[in-house]
Design a protein around this ligand. Sequence first.
Ligand code: COA
Length: 330
Amino acid sequence: MKLKNVGIIGLGTYVPEKVMTNFDFEKIIDTSDEWIRTRTGIEERRFASEDQATSDLAAEAAKKALKNAGVSVEEIDMIIVATATPDYNLQNTACIVQELIGAVNAGAVDVSAACSGFVYALTMAKGLVASGINKKILVIGAEVLSRCVDMQDRNTCVLFGDGAAAAIVTEVEEGYGMVSQFLGAEADLKGSLRTPAGGTRKPLSQEVLDERSNFIQMKGQDVFKFAVKALPKATLEALEQGGFKAEDIDMVFPHQANSRIIESASKRLNIPMEKFYLNLNKYGNTSSASIGLALGEALEKGLVKKGDLIALTGFGAGLTYASMIIRWSY
Ligand code: COA
């Protein structure tokens, strides 16, 4: 069986209107704009309104992606939502998106790989289209992290933001599209980055609520050490699988967690910072949405053109890390 050649034919992004600046955080916790900016590069982030859940953000991004790709919603035969912050513990977010956008002919599944989720989901979509199982897949990375962080914990609450990005994945012309990829994981049993309670290991209880362990907890330095190795490793592995070298890359879209992590990766990979697209100053860490949010913005600015070789690289809780090399097709 000859595998089909697969790529992205349209992207859409959405961020909620509410802007939460570092100065806003100064009013509620013991922190400063200076600390946050110098340690992370983040200046502000977006927070969902009270009536918005992850599926609402996802649906907005999806509608834009469909429009940009010139694809009707009925043509979508699969929805894959990458998220660490689903609407519900039981009932996948993809099914809710299906209803919100009217994708009546689509299957629907969620992928849980935290900040690597978008790349994992794109890779799964590639496999489904390449093998002929599906024809047009809507891949979404969407998060409402503002509801999952502890607003009393300055170690985490300043880092994250809300947003969504969606891509239409289908067959594209030979010589273009998703060339190679790498999917990796290193089980983190110490809990460097996890929400300790609210799942089956430690169900919700009064004790959980009192100790606030139903919110994300992070050992920042452990995650930092992992991230500065994972970002270059995943990118290099994916490049190697495609027969490329670091200098062949036109642009890298890294997971937008921290500018210091990206600067370190730039040195390790010997790829200049100018080739890394950063917008974390405006949106913070939006987990599975961040890579798509960056790519969507770069496309709008005309910074990615047909024939460009780009890398999408994520790393995050799990721990997971993943990279995809794409020869851009439009
Ligand atoms: N404002 C002010 N001070 C803060 C703060 C905040 N928002 N958050 C933490 N601090 C304090 C700490 O309490 C600590 O104080 P102490 O020395 O009195 O105990 C001090 O700053 C240093 O903390 P530390 O954790 O050593 O800082 P750091 O230089 O490692 O930076 C992170 C912290 C979180 C920015 C950094 O570790 C990081 O980016 N890690 C990776 C996180 C990440 O990317 N996660 C997502 C991956 S997908």
